[in-house]
Design a binder for this molecule. Structure first.
Ligand code: GLU
Length: 304
């Protein structure tokens, strides 16, 4: 099944909707992106591709990287990862400090900033060369070997990352960060700066639609049970304090990033990535959310 015509149709409809979003500018380098770009790519578990617009153009994946980092940690750590983070929706913005103080330095889930920082701390312990290892993991998933960090974006974020440093220091004070803060944050900012296209994102998330197996290589990344759990976490925690809206309107597990990207997965069917840089008030792509809502409505392909 090719969905390119459906993509075109939805794109045309959305041209009539005013985009009230704004590009993320709290990371200065992200504010330089052309906000009018739009791309979408869907890959089925059977290997069919549908694309539209700027689907081959790379952009900053930002928090979408939290899924890759979490999967790497989840597949490696022998101890109980849930002693260091919870698995509940946050109900607060992605960089909120409030909840973390109440919860004594235990982040609500691995997909908010605090949770991803703990995951990076775990990866610093687990991996011989964390930055190289994460990159080659993502390159292998997507079968795209030129994917890379953007050091300018990572540096821009490091320079303006006061809240993220506040989060890591707070967690360190509660004993939930084991390594040197600079080492952990270097990994965190670096993974957020990775640039990928919609096609690469859709391809790299496909194992989550395929019981944990990467279709093009046959590699088992997570067991079917853990794959189900990773998808459950994306469903409940993948959109900051808008996960309920996304579930209600789109009905797929997914993850967004402040670069304007969203990836969603339909287990046993496909993964889809959409990119539109202007964000709504909650930090999710304004038109990306609308696009996916229309897509699952028109195709009746939500999981509910
Ligand atoms: N690098 C961003 C930050 O730490 C990620 C935010 C996001 O995409 O949600 O603020």
């Amino acid at each position: 099944m090719n969905y390119s015509n459906t993509f075109q149709e939805i794109y045309n409809e959305l041209q009539n909707v005013e985009d009230t979003g704004h590009v993320a500018d709290y990371i200065p380098e992200l504010a330089t992106v052309n906000p009018n770009q739009f791309g979408v790519h869907l890959t089925t578990v059977g290997g069919e591709h549908s694309a539209f617009g700027d689907s081959e153009k790379r952009f900053s994946i930002q928090s979408i990287a939290k899924v890759f980092a979490f999967v790497m940690a989840y597949s490696r750590v022998k101890s109980n990862i849930w002693e260091r983070m919870d698995l509940e929706p946050a109900g607060t913005p992605f960089n909120s400090l409030v909840q973390l103080e109440y919860d004594k330095g235990i982040p609500r889930n691995p997909f908010i900033n605090a949770g991803a920082i703990v995951v990076c701390d775990i990866l610093v312990d687990e991996l011989a060369s964390p930055k190289e290892n994460v990159l080659s993991f993502i390159r292998g998933l997507s079968n795209s070997h030129t994917i890379d960090y953007n050091p300018i974006v990572a540096h821009s974020e490091k320079k303006s990352g006061y809240r993220n440093y506040a989060l890591v220091n707070l967690m360190k004070s509660f004993g939930n960060i084991r390594n040197n803060i600079d080492k952990v944050m270097d990994l965190y900012f670096s993974i957020c700066s990775i640039e990928m296209s919609c096609r690469e994102l859709a391809d790299s998330f496909l194992f989550l639609a395929n019981n944990g197996v990467v279709p093009h290589s046959g590699e088992q990344i997570l067991s079917p049970s853990r794959t189900k759990r990773a998808n459950a976490l994306m469903q409940t925690c993948g959109f900051y304090d808008e996960a309920g809206q996304f579930t209600f309107k789109v009905g797929l597990p997914g993850k967004s990033g402040v670069g304007g990207g969203i990836v969603a997965v339909h287990p046993l069917k496909y993964s889809i990535a959409v990119w539109s840089p202007r964000l709504n008030k909650k930090g999710n792509s304004y038109k990306g959310m609308l696009f996916l809502e229309e897509f699952t409505t028109k195709t009746e392909l939500s999981i509910f």
